[in-house]
Design a protein around this ligand. Structure first.
Ligand code: SAH
Ligand code: AVI
Length: 307
């Protein structure tokens, strides 16, 4: 049994069935995520871009010359372009993503836009150990860039582990630059995950199509519905796929019974307070050196170093 099938079977065998959000991202899932970022309700991307554009000079000064920029979950490297346009003599740009075709296409676009830049895309699942390329120019330091609030898709313990791994990769003198969504009016958050065009619903449901096509599962995709609720107490959006009928699903050689109305948890999207994240970073052995937010405090970008 492959690792992926093992992981899927394990998640679907829990009393609360779950599938990791990394299975959203095949080529179609990556395209749907791009569509989400263009929705008026999905405030995250505009707010983060606004922060990047307003404070990029300060970020570039902190990052310094001849750094290597390693980006986790780079997608289309949208916000990275703002940084790349301002960083001096970057030793390398290393975008890391699980969605291979999308990553290679984005890396090629970056090469076309920044012909002097050494771009080394890495297809990897960043929740598992993976090797980073050695750039031709020895970097002065490594900066791990993790935008988009993708850290928020991990529960506390996993997010802590990931921060420790990222700091390990940044090494001595290195830093982390992390984009994080903030707690706010629950209605604004609810609308961002229940958009009027139904793109988020398509994105959520696409996970099952991806598993049917590439992992030999047999979900009846049309018999599931998207659900996204903001749990204010936990400070997180809970994304689920709810079965609209009783069905038996096969993944690998394992059968799963789904009741009518039973949900599969597909994603958490945590929303932070500035104090809460500072504590989390501290517990992971990091110090938040600088925080930038947009004027409405919708989103934050945080520069962290070893405490
Ligand atoms: N950074 C971009 C994209 C965010 S979407 C932005 O801010 O707009 C999340 C990205 O992380 C997707 O491109 C997805 O393919 C990637 N991703 C999610 N889980 C991953 C994992 N476990 N390993 C590697 N990449 C992952
Ligand atoms: C990638 N990640 C930070 C997005 C989020 O907002 O949690 C994924 C997403 N899920 C639904 N819409 C967007």
């Amino acid at each position: 049994m492959s690792n992926a099938i093992k992981e899927l079977v394990e998640g679907l065998s829990q009393p609360q069935k779950m599938i990791s959000p990394k299975y959203f991202y095949d080529e179609i899932g990556s395209q749907l995520f791009e569509e989400i970022t263009e929705l008026p309700e999905y405030y995250l991307t505009d707010a983060e871009l606004d922060i990047m554009r307003t404070h990029v000079d300060e970020m570039a000064t902190l990052i310094g010359k001849q750094a290597s920029l390693i980006e986790y979950g780079s997608g289309s490297s949208l916000k990275t372009r703002v940084l790349l346009g301002h960083l001096d003599e970057l030793a390398a740009y290393v975008p890391v993503d699980i969605s291979a075709d999308h990553l290679y296409a984005s890396a090629q676009k970056i090469r076309n836009e920044f012909p002097a830049l050494a771009v080394h895309p890495v297809v990897a699942d960043f929740t598992r150990a993976f090797a980073l390329p050695t750039p031709a120019t020895m970097p002065v330091k490594n900066v791990v860039y993790f935008p988009g609030s993708t850290l928020g898709n991990f529960e506390y313990a996993e997010a802590m582990d990931l921060m420790r791994v990222m700091y390990g990769e940044a090494g001595d003198g290195g830093a982390l630059l992390i984009g994080l969504d903030l707690q706010k009016d629950p209605d604004i958050i609810h609308r961002a995950y229940n958009d009027s065009k139904g793109v988020t619903a398509k994105f959520n449901l696409n996970m099952l199509r991806h598993l049917n096509t590439n992992y030999g599962a047999n979900f009846d995709v049309d018999a599931f519905e998207h659900r996204a609720e903001y749990d204010e107490e936990m400070g997180r959006v809970v994304l689920e796929l709810v079965s609209q009928k009783e069905q038996t699903v096969v993944v690998g050689d394992t059968e799963f019974e789904m009741a009518d109305g039973e949900a599969i948890l597909t994603e958490y999207s945590h929303k932070y307070t500035l104090e809460g994240f500072a504590r989390m970073a501290h517990d992971a052995g990091l110090e938040v050196e600088k925080v930038w937010t947009d004027p409405e405090q919708l989103f934050s970008v945080q520069y962290c170093t070893r405490a």
